[in-house]
Design a protein around this ligand. Sequence first.
Ligand code: NAP
Length: 510
Amino acid sequence: MKRLASLLCGEWTDGAGGERTLEDAATGEGVATVASGGLDLGAAVAWGRRVGGASLRAMSFAERAAVLKAMAGVVHEQREHLIDVSRQGGTTRGDAKFDIDGASGTLSYYAYLGKTLGDRKVLLDGEAEPVLRSKRFVGQHVRFSRRGIAVHINAFNFPAWGMAEKAAVSLLAGVPLITKPGTATSMLTHRIVELWHEAGILPEGSVQLLMGGVGDLLDHLGPQDVVAFTGGSETAASIRRHPNLVKHNVALNIEADSLNAAVLGPDIEVGSDTFFMFVNDVVRDMTQKCGQKCTAVRRIFVPTHLADAVQEHLADQLGRNAVGDPEGKDTRVGPVASRSQHRSVQAGIAALEAATTKVWQGEIPDGAGFFVRPSLFRSDAGLDTAYVHEHEVFGPVATILTWPGDVDGLVDLVAAGGGGLVCSVYSDEVGFGGDAVSGLAPWHGRILWGSKKVHDQSPGPGTVLPSFIHGGPGKAGGGSELGGLRGLELYMPRTAIQADQGLLKRVFGE
Ligand code: NAP
């Protein structure tokens, strides 16, 4: 079995102790091991800050953008090879492509954005304003790169894209990083970092890779460092409380669970373009990556008079997405990513069976793989179905929730999820659509309003695009990533500089 080492202080370094095995999700067989016990993570933090920080801060945005472009180029050139690596872990070809193309696309987008920033190394925030009444003595908010290191802790579900989106923003902002992938699928992350390292395109010290458990990494962070975390809300809560992070007020961005909602407006007719946009979006989210997308629809809000038709259409389309061997020609849905995810999704399905009515369930192949039966549930009990609003079942699972069709009632119901990453609203009416979007927006980081004129132009609510923010309030973690230049704010805090206008302009530009 392969052993996957960490890349720390510029060297491939293997841990001793705390060994974990990565399994092929389609067969349950071990494919690689990792171990992070005994690694000197304090030295890695110090080296990254000193060597990586110096390398990146010596570069302009355009020069860092050229690095991102080269990183995207490697992922793109090695696409077929990386798809094979991903498939060794039991991923379908379609899901592997989605992850890998998301990685190269996000790196390319930030490379383009960085190029437009040119030779600068800082960002001006707003205009210079007079200090009191003086025209000469002014204040200007300026964003500078942190003099620390970023620790990126990622979830297992996007080993390429999740890692690359955090890396793109951090490197463009001039902050070196240590990336720690979710262990179950970390073979792909490892191979990408290995390819970048072999290609010699990474500025010295700018990217380190920690395989396996996080160890004592967070104990070594200080006031100029950043933690960007993606994962479950319980892990997020433990990181938020971490004594060393609290002591130093280490900047923290959290992307956690989300009970994303899709809302069908009462104005939509069964069989219309907007109706099918809604059905297709829900089915895509339940089946793509076996429902293991943080943005996938979990709760489907449908006016009572449309519920039976929605149930019928969803069941029909879900039934056309065969679950099976990821290598199979007709397979549309593979296994969930790991043994522990398998246990957790099965437990979630059992809890939904007890709390709601099961209206459709798919078939799975026999064997030892981590397959789960795609399942559609229904509840007509609204807020009384507490489990549906509180627990994210991270698999090909969603629940139809009926409601009378009023906007106020809808906002209360959706808000019972405690805050989410994305909500989609399908309506062709300015009245219902506008009120629903306005009422739901404070509870979400992103809203997709689907309607007849755009029914064939959307990638669906589940696709995270680098130009728009990703994150959400409350249960979703309260964080914000991406969103073009907005994403750099985490890594480039602002300082108000009060000085002579002429000096300010000469040093920091217009
Ligand atoms: P997880 O168990 O919380 O793990 C997330 C990451 O944290 C992994 O790298 C994990 O390492 C690490 N970790 C575990 N314990 C830790 C600790 N005590 N201190 C520091 N790091 C620790 O979540 P997951 O199972 O990988 O991912 C599934 C969850 O993530 C779902 O709930 C999903 O909604 C959420 N998610 C959210 C987003 C988003 O953008 N909001 C995106 C994807 C997933 P190991 O893997 O080595 O245990």
